[in-house]
Design a protein around this ligand. Structure first.
Ligand SMILES: Nc1ncnc2c1ncn2[C@@H]1O[C@H](COP(=O)(O)OP(=O)(O)OP(=O)(O)O)[C@@H](O)[C@H]1O
Ligand SMILES: [Mg+2]
Length: 246
C-alpha cells in the first residue's frame, strides 16, 4: 500500500442526477499525482457530489472516473470500497471517528481492515499521531478531545495507509478560524510530504490558498479553474517531526 508514485485522478463527462436534481452536469477534470486542489462554490453547487464521485463513494449517472489507468466508476460497490480502503484517505467536517475507540485505534481501523497485523497497525498509528502533534492524546476517545485535535487524528487516519489521494470535505468547517487554518496547514504539508494528491472542498478562501489549484463549481459545472502557483508555505516545525513520511 505504501507507494512512492501516486496515480493521476480524472473525471470525464461526469453527471449526477438525484431524481429531478442535476447535481453535476458534465464535469471534466484532470488532477495530477501529488497536486492539491481546492473545490469552491456556492452551497448546493455540486462540490460534495463531485468529491463523492471522484472518491468512488457514489457512482456518477454518466461519465467516468479513472485512477491511473483503472476506471473506478464502473466497478462494483465492493470493488470501489476496496479502492477507497487501499488508495484513498478521507477527512470530513466532523472527523467521523468511532466514539468508542481511543485515537490510536481510530487511526488503526483502516489499516486493520486492509489486513495489516494489529501490532503493526497500532505502531503505525502511534507514529502518525506523533507526526500530527497529538501523540499524547493517543489513548483518549473522541469525546475527550478538542475539535482541532479530532481533525489531527482524522488526518493521521487518512494518511496512515499511504493513500494516493486524500479527499477532504470542509475539513475545517467545524473549527474556529485560527484552528481551521492550522489544521489545513498540517493537512496540506503532510499530504505533500507523503506524495499524496489532495482534493479539498471548502468555503474558506484562506483554506483554498493552501492548495496548488482552485476549481470553482457553479450549478454542477466547472466555472473557473486556476493554478494558483503560489509556493507552498513551510511546514509547521513544532507540529511535524519532519523527515520522510513514507
Ligand atoms: N443524496 C442526495 N439526494 C438528493 N439530492 C441530493 C443528494 N445529494 C445532493 N443532492 C442535491 O444535489 C445538489 C448538489 O449538492 P452537493 O451536496 O453536492 O452541494 P455542495 O456544493 O456540496 O453544497 P454545500 O456547500 O451546502 O455542502 C443540491 O441541490 C443537493 O440538494
Ligand atoms: Mg457539500
Amino acid at each position: 500500500m505504501n507507494k512512492n508514485a501516486t496515480a493521476p485522478l480524472a473525471g470525464r463527462g461526469l453527471t449526477k442526477n438525484f431524481g429531478q436534481v442535476a447535481a453535476l452536469r458534465g464535469v471534466d477534470i484532470d488532477i495530477a499525482a501529488g497536486q492539491s486542489v481546492a473545490i469552491m462554490g456556492p452551497s448546493g453547487s455540486g462540490k460534495s457530489t463531485l468529491l463523492h464521485c471522484l472518491a468512488g463513494i457514489i457512482a456518477p449517472t454518466s461519465g467516468q472516473v479513472t485512477l491511473g489507468d483503472q476506471v473506478i466508476s464502473s466497478l462494483s460497490d465492493a470493488k470501489r470500497s476496496r479502492i477507497r480502503l487501499t488508495h484513498f484517505g478521507f477527512v470530513f467536517q466532523d472527523g467521523q471517528l468511532v466514539p468508542e475507540l481511543p485515537a490510536r485505534e481510530n487511526v488503526a481501523v483502516p489499516l486493520l481492515l486492509a489486513g495489516v497485523p494489529r501490532g503493526q497497525a497500532l505502531s503505525t498509528a502511534d507514529t502518525w499521531l506523533e507526526r500530527l502533534g497529538v501523540g499524547t492524546e493517543r489513548n483518549r476517545r473522541p469525546g475527550e478531545m478538542s475539535g482541532g485535535q479530532l481533525q489531527r487524528v482524522a488526518i493521521a487516519r487518512a494518511l496512515a495507509g499511504g493513500p494516493d489521494v486524500v479527499f477532504a470535505d470542509e475539513p475545517t468547517g467545524a473549527l474556529d478560524q485560527a484552528t481551521g487554518h492550522e489544521v489545513m496547514q498540517i493537512l496540506s504539508t503532510t499530504a505533500q510530504m507523503s506524495g499524496a494528491t489532495l482534493v479539498v472542498v471548502t468555503h474558506d478562501p484562506l483554506v483554498a490558498g493552501w492548495c496548488d489549484r482552485l476549481v470553482e463549481i457553479r450549478d454542477g459545472v466547472i466555472h473557473a479553474d486556476t493554478v494558483t502557483n503560489q509556493p507552498r508555505p513551510r511546514p509547521v516545525q513544532d507540529a511535524l517531526t519532519g523527515g520522510e513520511l513514507r
